[in-house]
Design a protein around this ligand. Sequence first.
Ligand code: ADP
Length: 488
Amino acid sequence: MKVLFVTSEIAPLIKTGGLADVSGALPAALRAIGVDVRVLVPGYPQVLAQIASNEVLATFSDLPGFPPSRLLFSTLHNGVPLMVIDCPVLYQREGGPYADAYGHDWSDNPLRFGLLCRVASILGCGGTPLSWHPDLVHGNDWQAGLTGAYLSVAKEAAPNIITIHNLAFQGNFDSENVALLHLPPESFAIDGIEFYGKMSFLKGGLYYAKHITTVSPNYAREIQHVELGFGMQGLLQARSRDITGILNGIDTDEWDPETDKHLAFHFSSQRMVGKAKNKRALQEQMGLQVQADVPLLAVVSRLTHQKGLDLLLEIVPRLLDIPVQLVVLGSGEKQMQDEALALAARYPDKVAAMIVFDEGLSHQIEAAADMFIMPSRFEPCGLNQFYSQRYGTPPVVHSTGGLADSVVDCTPQTLRDGTASGFVFSGMTADNLYAAIMRAVMVYCNEAQWKQLRKLCMNKDFSWETSARAYRRVYLKALGRAVEFAQD
Ligand code: ADP
């Protein structure tokens, strides 16, 4: 089975969030179970600078509406074949994949990601210039959402599926883009890419896809209701039978406390002394009081309303009545950044805040901290709760989306039956978060229980293999190979 995997970011080449982690790991896991996956990404400078070869697979000099581009071929460090769209006019610029250095979205994003979808549709139909013909096109998030609309009028089009990593990001733009992107005019309809008078990449993706997946089973249910449906709940309800939630795995090579290249001290569930050394090193580096037995709380996150960190910042003064420390690594909304920095200035030996995106530091924090705080208002899957468990840092999470699917609340019962893996609170209030953190601190103070909880966390299996098999079942279903689907 041949699959074209279309994504706007891929670790380790370019990353703003969890989509990159998934794109960096899932294709390799699929290849390991016999699926011939190739990845298609835009040629941002960060990508072009890191790919080994510049073999040109094809040139697209006269795609109506788009500047000329070339398709380059390379192979990722994990053996996954990569196809890169080199289009300097659209991608060669300083800044992030979606926005400039000041956080303003690129005004030509419709064109930038329209080209990604257009090229995906060319490679996924009979007219492809390549000898490699995918059986299926797998798009991710809104940036790949128009692929199905283009394929709907292509000859010998492969079926396409879409994975929602976050329904809140939809790629909605003015309707004039329908003509500018040379989309089929009839696609601008309620049964198509139209969404409240605008054209929507994601709506198109959800409408035209043969099958829809989300990155956790719980999120697949939540988005069919008004609270977390972001206006798409009607369409999602109508397509309910075609939606499957598949929990993300993690890259267990990248995130392995025994071998992590970002760590000065390695450790395992059998030998935890390295973790204590990492804690000491981080406390020193961040200017916190060096204290082995004070619980160190951590956050690594985009600082946005979604992540619910306003609740944490609100309760910090209250939390500091007991001996705890907090380290925050993140960037995002200015007000939240400023509040985190203000707390760090007010309590310099107890709170540290770093407003940057720093992959290495995120690993060091996971390794050093005692507890990881994720009070997300909604969370399609979330990754840090997995990393935290693997690094013996029980997460404190709000019961939503993938967090509810992947963290089991620590109680005497779950400790006994060996399922406990963190602390879960319901009801999105500062008081409820505070109570959950206090529960975690109570268990921390009971050395035997804390050791047991950490061990349970670290021994859980988060590899991609199970998820890759679930994706393969979805592929088979989308291809109508139901017999194999039933047997797999
Ligand atoms: P989302 O994709 O919504 O941002 P996820 O939990 O799915 O959230 O994935 C976030 C990823 O980005 C994780 O790998 C996390 O460690 C990483 N990350 C977020 N903020 C930072 C930061 N400031 N520095 C380093 N890594 C970060």
